[in-house]
Design a protein around this ligand. Sequence first.
Ligand code: MN
Length: 233
Amino acid sequence: MKYTFEPPAIPSVAVVGSDARFPVRRIFCVGRNYADHAREMGAADQADGREPPFFFMKPADAIVTGDGELEVAYPPLTKNLHHEIEMVVALGGGGANVAVGDALGLVFGYAVGLDLTRRDIQGRAKEKGHPWDMGKGFDQSAVLGPIRPVGSAGHPGQGRIWLGINGELRQDGDLSAMMWKVADIIANLSTSVRLAPGDLIYSGTPAGVGPLQRGDVLTAGIEGVGELRARIV
Ligand code: MN
């Protein structure tokens, strides 16, 4: 194959207990999947569970991953960079119109992720009915720890999901509070697009989102999945 220039490397993520890396294809994210977070964002309809899940995306190369403390550059054009701790679902299989009962069979594993958000840009987009892309899909907006395969993680349906800044706890929820469970999310999303191996799904954040400053050190974890540490630089 002849290219006009050298193609970039495929973004990839470490896998717990393996020397093989997980190649990332696309990054889907669920909006407002915990009622307490939907309420803090002023979205009562979503918090009542009357609305179906909705999705937005980040580019695959927005991922920040690696060993030890991750460095995340404070992005341009914002004065209100927010943290959102989320369980990330990594797909090893794919398909369209997947039945809820078959959906977990597509999952390769789970990871701890941060859906970093330029809240001020997202807020202006909401006001104007504009796309969320520049509020959500900027460079280094998808922080991600190693993927724990289903063989050791199982399919976590409950367990603590938390985030601290400089040692102070800011988000502290439980996976059982997800309004749309992992199988529901996969089934719903697969009616809209044909899912494929390598796809990641950020499954939403509990309440307590808030601003980050340069120099902040984030520690975050999900019971049974893992922990990560990141510094804003
Ligand atoms: Mn989110």
